[in-house]
Design a protein around this ligand. Structure first.
Ligand code: BES
Ligand code: MN
Ligand code: ZN
Length: 505
């Protein structure tokens, strides 16, 4: 899908030959003398344009409008959330019309409104086709975002670019989140990362079983040992700033299917555990967006990825494994596997001397109980990092909520047979999981995002959401002007170092 930003007053918007014209009408909208304004004024007068956000008045072959359909859509006070709601309703109402092109006009942009509008168009028109060839593909190819004045379009340019990159990043995260586990294996995720690694300023390394064992990642390897799919450890680099600038490291949980292992899950709804790599997908999506935007920052992405399967070779309850950090772990429940693969990635992260490490994981059902499907769980001992992530979530309409990390919660993880157990009791399950991870993240500012409730939807609308790419991208772009010790020395594109691909078992 191609987005364009254009200066269009309503007269120009009305003469544009796209299939549909969507006009966002806020309560403050003042009709001028043009045709569409006239329609709005009349509709208001006759009570046909309901001012409730997301109410639609649909017109067909209106006089003086080139587009076959016009949708007048109320946005209430015009807040970003209301714009999202309005555009979602409008594009959803066009499903059967299947337009190829549309103009989306708004009176006044803001960073948040632009993001909300573009993301709502992309999300609502998205159709999953990878393993469903009979699905009616999304035909919408051209979306023109119209703003009334030149000064507005100029001012909105960089926000618009950010919005487009975000759309691409979210799309990638959704696509790979949605693919079933037999079409999204660890090796396939590694291929996606390697393809990303060919873009300017990006680099990718993929480690296979031999290298992972050699690094001493005994905890990660223990989860993978029950599966015939070989594990992968993906390392992505985005280098947009000087080498001396400390990177932010993103760590994404990449369990491509979580059966629970020997502590097997109940059958009902188990298919949804194909989404257990949505943390990994959000890291891939964020790198896609970084590749488009080329900001002056450094970012490392780490993705431990494998399946969690039962089997003759599988990890057993009570087994004690040795993590890369040297700490031993008693695996009391093989279904608490996310923390077992993440802890070794958190230890690996140290080598980059990061300014911050953020892990993103569909980690606990308990987090869904706490926060439902609206906000992701946020954990951090650093107030500064927590505030920045919380603020980024609000700004990106991809919100999270901080939960505590008091040391008393760690009591539950005591083990008679190892340094730490991998589960506490049921109580405070999202917090004890975070306390487990914290043991491995002592050497840098760290935050953990539990996206078990926000990464996908169940029921009729079952599918990945692409969250929290919006939050992550917003946070990362916010670090651009903060940590620059000196003017950015950008490596010329041609000089970007690239490693020869490694052969894998
Ligand atoms: N991937 C799951 C978490 C999950 C469960 C996400 C349900 C979304 C919906 C994770 O690996 C898991 O199984 N966690 C266990 C931990 C428990 C054994 C301590 C859980 O939440 O039940
Ligand atoms: Mn599990
Ligand atoms: Zn899991």
């Amino acid at each position: 899908m191609n987005f364009e930003l254009k200066t269009l007053d309503l007269t120009a918007a009305a003469s544009l030959k796209n299939d549909v014209l969507i006009v966002l009408v806020s309560a403050a909208f003042k009709p001028a003398r043009d045709t569409v304004s006239g329609l709005i004024a009349q509709a208001r007068k006759s009570g046909d344009l309901d001012a409730t956000p997301a109410k639609i008045l649909s017109l067909w072959r209106a006089d003086g409008v080139a587009a076959g359909r016009v949708l007048l859509v109320s946005t209430g006070e015009g807040h970003a959330r209301q714009v999202r709601q309005a555009v979602t309703a409008a594009v959803a109402s066009l499903k059967s019309a299947a337009p190829k092109s549309l103009t989306l006009w708004m009176e006044e942009a803001s960073e948040q409104r632009l993001h909300a509008a573009t993301q709502a168009v992309a999300d609502t028109s998205y159709v999953y086709t990878a393993t469903k060839p009979t699905a009616k593909a999304n035909l919408l190819k051209r979306v023109v975002l119209g703003l009334p004045t030149v000064s507005q379009t100029k001012a909105a340019k960089s926000d618009f670019d950010h919005a487009c990159a975000l759309v691409a990043g979210v799309a990638l995260a959704k696509e790979w989140g949605n693919r079933p586990a037999n079409h999204a294996t660890p090796s396939m995720l590694a291929k996606v990362a390697q393809t990303l690694g060919k873009k300017p300023r990006l680099r990718c390394e993929v480690l296979g079983p031999d290298q992972i064992h050699k690094l001493g990642m005994g905890s990660f390897a223990a989860v993978a040992q029950g599966s015939r799919e070989p594990m992968r450890f993906i390392v992505l680099h985005y280098n947009g700033a000087a080498k001396s600038v400390a990177p932010t490291v993103l760590v994404g949980k990449g369990i491509t299917f979580d059966t629970g292992g020997i502590s097997i899950k109940p059958a009902a709804g188990m298919d949804e555990m194909k989404f257990d790599m949505c943390g990994a997908a959000s890291v891939l999506g964020t790198f896609e967006a970084l590749a488009q935007l080329q900001p002056a920052i450094n970012v490392v992405g780490l993705i431990p990825t494998c399946e969690n399967m039962p089997g003759g070779q599988a990890l057993k309850p009570g087994d004690v494994v040795t993590s890369m950090s040297g700490q031993t772990i008693e695996v009391l429940n093989t279904d608490a596997e996310g923390r077992l693969i993440l802890c070794d990635a958190l230890t690996y992260a140290k080598r980059f001397k990061p300014c911050a490490v953020i892990d993103i994981a569909t980690l606990t059902g308990a987090c869904v109980v706490s926060l439902g499907h609206v906000r992701s769980g946020l954990f951090s001992a650093s107030d500064e990092l927590a505030h920045a992530l919380q603020a980024a979530g609000e700004a990106a309409l991809d919100p999270c909520w901080r939960l505590p990390l008091d040391d008393e919660y760690a009591e539950a993880l005591k083990s008679n047979f190892a340094d730490v157990a991998n589960v506490g009791g049921r109580d405070g399950g999202a917090i004890t999981a975070a306390k487990f991870l914290q043991r491995f993240a002592k050497d840098y500012p760290w935050a953990h995002l539990d996206i078990a409730g926000s990464a996908w939807k169940s029921g009729a609308a079952k599918g990945a959401t692409g969250r929290p790419v919006g939050l992550l991208l917003h946070y990362l772009l916010g670090t651009e002007h903060k940590r620059q010790p000196k003017p950015t020395a950008v490596e010329p594109k041609s000089a970007t170092r690239r490693r020869a691909p490694t052969r894998l078992a």
